[in-house]
Structure formats: structure tokens, C-alpha cells
Design a protein around this ligand. Structure first.
Ligand SMILES: Nc1ncnc2c1ncn2[C@@H]1O[C@H](COP(=O)(O)OP(=O)(O)OP(=O)(O)O)[C@@H](O)[C@H]1O
Ligand SMILES: [Mg+2]
Length: 504
């Protein structure tokens, strides 16, 4: 924290910002004020304009109109470096690391310590990275290549980079979406410390628990307009949700009336090195089975092995009574098994393709004959899933890259639902999705279960597993270490099991 900022002093203010893109009015008069020593939450539905607002604040976008004030001085950033130099550090929603550089190079990027002209001070750079990672309490090798790290670790590097800047204002756009609970707690402790030192923090999250845990005030925006600013923690959840979606929201976890039928997915002794060790499980028609565990427990690896995306050493997978040969994703798809991956950027969406193309991609075989695809059938299919999932997009032809984060997630979900699967493996299905859209996705999962589909759902959000699953399996270090029925399951019991502190 730079000296001389009294707590409560306004550090950064956006007044009546407007910003439009072709066909979209993303911001239509949004204001936000960040004071020294506060954590200011920013809440709004997917596509409400949160990321656009902070991109204006951090110099990535130039607003069409409106004013940004730094203290009592109006500013107009010529680019992100400008804002950074003025003490505004931002962690964007989409990771922005250079995958081919090392962790320490990424942390120091643009301000590498030097020993002379053209001579980089590597030791100093490594020390800087170690210090920044140490504050977060994460054991990541500063010399590792960023591209070799998992999403969660990459997110921690991104946070470490922002922390190493010593900013006056720190902006975080959904920083915990890829983090485990323990990592998130580390981050929260760091943010508490920065607040105590007078830093002003803007914090975007769809997880209301986090906003209650962290924030002093929360500003809600809806459809690019300012709705209000609320003191925390005294504002009730229902008030925030109503401000955000414009109407009261009923059940967070809607009820399901699915008859549980025959076994649809049977996994026996699935093993791969240390990563998966003798995993056996079943999911019946109409059943929603959760998989809990810490990052690195092997949950995504399990999903990929079931789907044949990774090779296995031994074990078998049976879908609807028929063996699914290992290492053959096409056979898995043909057997009615689909996997909706967690990392939509790297394993899923074709960002420069249209919403229509992304939605129809896995169904092309059914949309035409002899290699000819009926454009009308393709449009109908895409249109149907845009409606079913409530994807907010100005058209079917727009590039997926321009959709908000949560809407991108829905498109990926829709692609696999469009194949009419019988067994769905969902990996963090609501990551980055707003509360209203979450409830829509839960309702959709319920409809699928009621239609006799079998669902295996990997999630790091325990409330979501507890609210949605008939049974919850817990993984630790490549093994299944616990199973809880709906009535036995509790957040504490699952956590204990996941970290290995007592039996499940
Ligand atoms: N570069 C862009 N080009 C075109 N449209 C864009 C661009 N960036 C954002 N938009 C549109 O602006 C609107 C607001 O998007 P924004 O990313 O700010 O939403 P958000 O509140 O951050 O949502 P989420 O919670 O899903 O991250 C959306 O309709 C989005 O499609
Ligand atoms: Mg966003």
C-alpha cells in the first residue's frame, strides 16, 4: 500500500460508463466507486457487463462515454500498462499467461529485473516469484513452464503476478473459479491483509458465500445498467439476488422426481499409474452421482479415462450393458457417453467459430447424410439449445469468443446435450455461471435425470453436490476413499474425507 491513503478515501471511481460492441450495448450507464481499505464486490448475471466494466477500468477497453476518476483526477488510459503504472492491477477472468514462458518469467513479465543492458537478473526474478507465490502459500516451481501447470495452478500464478505489483487498487474477475476451497481461503487471507493496508479491491464472483465472506459493499449491475450498492454483510441474499435478476428467485436447488433404474455406467478397477488406482463405481438411470475431492485428486483424470480420452493400464467401462473399449472416445460417444470438460478454453470451445458451429459440432453426424449437413437442421438445433439454456447472444452467427464467460460455458454444455447422450459426465458444470443460470442448469440436470439419463457430476462446490446428488463419491490421491448417501452427506464429512482426516 502506498502511504498517504486514509481508509475510506475514494481511490478509483467510474461514473456513467457506456460501452457498446456490434449488436450489444454492454454498458449503459454504470458507476462504481472503490475506497481505500474496502473490498467492493461486483455482482450481476452472465453478460451483465462486469468484465467489460473492469476492462474499462484497467485500460483494456476505452469506454464510449463516461469518466474514470483516479482520486480527484479524471483519467483516460491509453492502454493496460497506463493503468498498471497508476497502481491498478487486474486479474482478468480469462487467463492471460504466456504458456511457453516459465512461472517466474510470467510473474515478472514487462518489468523484468535487470543487471545491465539486456541482462536479466535471473536470481532476482526467481526470488521475486518465490516471494509472490509464498504469500499465497502455494508450492509451485518458479522455473516450471506455465503451459504444463493445471488451470488452478495457473490461476494462482496469475494472482501472484498481480500481487507482486504492489497495487493501490486490485481488481479480481472471478479469481476462485478454478481454485479449490483451500486455495481460495489462502487468497482470502491475502485479500484481508491488503485491505488492512488500505488497498482498494474490486472482487467479482458468482459465489455469494464469497461476497459475504469478503466484501464491505457490493454493487449490482443488470443488463449493463447500475442497480445499486449494498452494505455487507447485512444485506440479505434474497435482496442481492432480486437486484441481480430483477425478480425473486425460488429454489436454489430445485427438486427432482426421478425414478432410479438400471445400471447405465459401470466402471470396474480403472487404473492408470498413480493417477487412478482401482476405481470402481456405478451410476444408474435417473441417478445423479457426485464426485468430490481436492484439486489433483484425480477427478478429471477419472472422467477422461472413462471416456477413453486417456489410456488406462487396466479396468473396464460398461455403458448401458455394453463394454466400452478403453482409449476410444468415438466408441464412448457411440455408446451414449459424453463428457463436458471443465476447461472450456483448452478442451472445448472453438472461440473464433460461431455459436451455431460450436453447438452443432458433436451432432453433425445426425444432421445430414453422406457428408452433407442440412443448414436448416443445424440452425434449428443451435437455436433450440440457445433457448433451452438461455444463452445470451445477439445471434447464432456471432463468434463464441465475444460471449460472456458464463454464456460460453452454456454453449459447451449445449453441444454435448445436443447429442442426446444417455450417460453424462459433467466436470464443474456451473463454473463461472451466475446464480440464476445455475438454477437453470440444475433444472436441466434434473430434467435429464427424470428422462432416465445417468449423470456423474464432478464439482468443487460442495453446496452444489449436496443440493443435487443422490450419492457423493470422494476421491483422494487417485483413489475412491468415501461414499455418502444424500442423507449422510455433509460439507464437513466430505471435506474431512477429501483431505484424509478420518474415514468416510
Ligand atoms: N469484445 C467483445 N465483442 C463483442 N461483444 C462483447 C465483447 N465483450 C463483451 N461483449 C458482450 O458484452 C456483454 C457483457 O459481457 P461481459 O463479459 O462484460 O459480461 P459479464 O458480466 O462479465 O458476464 P460473466 O458473468 O458471464 O463473465 C455480453 O453480451 C457480451 O457478449
Ligand atoms: Mg465476466
Amino acid at each position: 500500500m502506498k502511504a498517504g491513503h486514509k481508509p475510506g478515501q475514494v481511490l478509483l471511481r467510474a461514473v456513467d460508463l457506456h460501452k457498446s460492441f456490434p449488436g450489444v450495448r454492454a454498458l449503459q450507464g454504470v458507476s462504481l466507486e472503490v475506497r481505500s481499505g474496502e473490498i467492493h464486490g461486483l455482482l450481476g448475471e452472465n453478460g451483465a457487463g462486469k468484465s467489460t466494466l473492469i476492462k474499462c477500468l484497467s485500460g483494456l477497453y476505452r469506454p464510449d462515454s463516461g469518466t474514470i476518476w483516479l482520486g480527484d483526477r479524471p483519467v483516460s488510459w491509453s492502454g493496460p500498462r497506463d493503468a498498471l503504472r497508476a497502481g491498478i492491477a487486474t486479474i482478468h477472468q480469462e487467463l492471460s499467461l504466456a504458456p511457453d514462458l516459465t512461472v517466474m518469467e510470467n510473474i515478472a513479465l514487462g518489468r523484468e529485473p535487470v543487471r545491465g543492458p539486456g541482462l536479466i537478473a535471473w536470481r532476482e526474478m526467481e526470488a521475486l516469484a518465490r516471494e509472490a507465490l509464498g504469500r499465497l502459500g502455494v508450492a509451485i516451481d518458479p522455473r516450471a513452464r506455465v503451459g504444463d501447470l493445471g488451470v488452478g495452478a495457473q490461476q494462482m500464478v496469475e494472482i501472484a503476478r498481480a500481487l507482486s505489483v504492489d497495487a493501490r487498487v486490485l481488481i479480481l474477475d472471478e479469481p476462485t473459479a478454478a481454485l479449490t476451497q483451500a486455495e481460495a481461503e489462502r487468497l482470502f487471507a491475502v485479500l484481508d491483509g491488503l485491505r488492512a493496508r488500505g488497498v482498494g479491491i474490486v472482487y467479482i464472483s458468482h459465489r455469494l458465500e464469497e461476497l459475504y465472506r469478503l466484501c464491505d459493499r457490493v454493487t449490482v449491475i443488470r443488463d449493463g445498467t447500475y442497480v445499486g450498492t449494498y452494505p455487507m454483510p447485512e444485506t440479505p441474499e434474497a435482496t442481492l439476488v432480486q437486484a441481480m435478476v430483477g425478480r425473486p428467485l425460488q429454489d436454489r436447488f430445485p427438486r427432482r422426481q426421478a425414478a432410479i433404474g438400471e445400471e447405465a455406467l459401470t466402471v470396474r478397477d480403472l487404473s492408470r499409474g498413480q493417477v487412478l488406482q482401482g476405481i470402481s463405481l456405478t451410476v444408474r438411470r435417473g441417478e445423479v452421482v457426485g464426485v468430490a475431492g481436492l484439486m489433483g485428486a484425480g477427478r478429471t483424470e477419472l472422467a477422461r479415462a472413462i471416456l477413453g480420452l486417456d489410456p488406462v493400464d487396466r479396468g473396464s467401462v460398461t455403458g448401458l450393458g455394453r463394454p466400452v473399449p478403453p482409449g476410444n472416445p468415438r466408441a464412448a460417444l457411440a455408446a451414449g457417453l459424453v463428457y463436458v470438460p471443465e476447461d472450456r478454453k483448452r478442451q472445448g470451445l472453438f472461440l473464433n467459430r460461431s455459436v451455431r458451429e460450436n453447438l452443432s459440432l458433436a451432432s453433425l453426424g445426425r444432421l445430414g447424410r453422406l457428408g452433407w449437413i442440412s443448414p436448416r437442421a443445424e440452425r434449428e438445433l443451435a437455436g433450440r439449445w440457445v433457448r433451452e439454456l438461455g444463452v445470451r447472444t445477439p445471434s447464432l452467427e456471432i463468434q463464441v469468443a465475444t460471449l460472456s464467460g458464463g454464456n460460453q460455458q452454456k454453449v459447451l454444455f449445449g453441444r454435448w446435450l445436443a447429442t442426446d447422450p444417455q450417460v453424462l459426465i459433467l466436470d464443474e458444470p456451473t463454473r463461472g455461471v451466475d446464480v440464476g443460470a445455475k438454477a437453470e442448469i440444475y433444472r436441466l440436470i434434473n430434467r435429464l435425470a427424470e428422462a432416465g439419463k445417468a449423470i456423474l457430476m464432478i464439482s468443487s462446490e460442495l453446496p452444489e453436490l449436496l443440493g443435487m446428488c443422490d450419492r457423493i463419491l470422494v476421491m483422494r490421491a487417485g483413489r475412491l476413499v468415501g461414499e455418502f448417501s444424500r442423507s449422510e452427506a455433509s460439507q464437513e464429512a466430505i471435506m474431512r474425507c477429501a483431505v484424509g482426516a478420518g474415514a468416510g
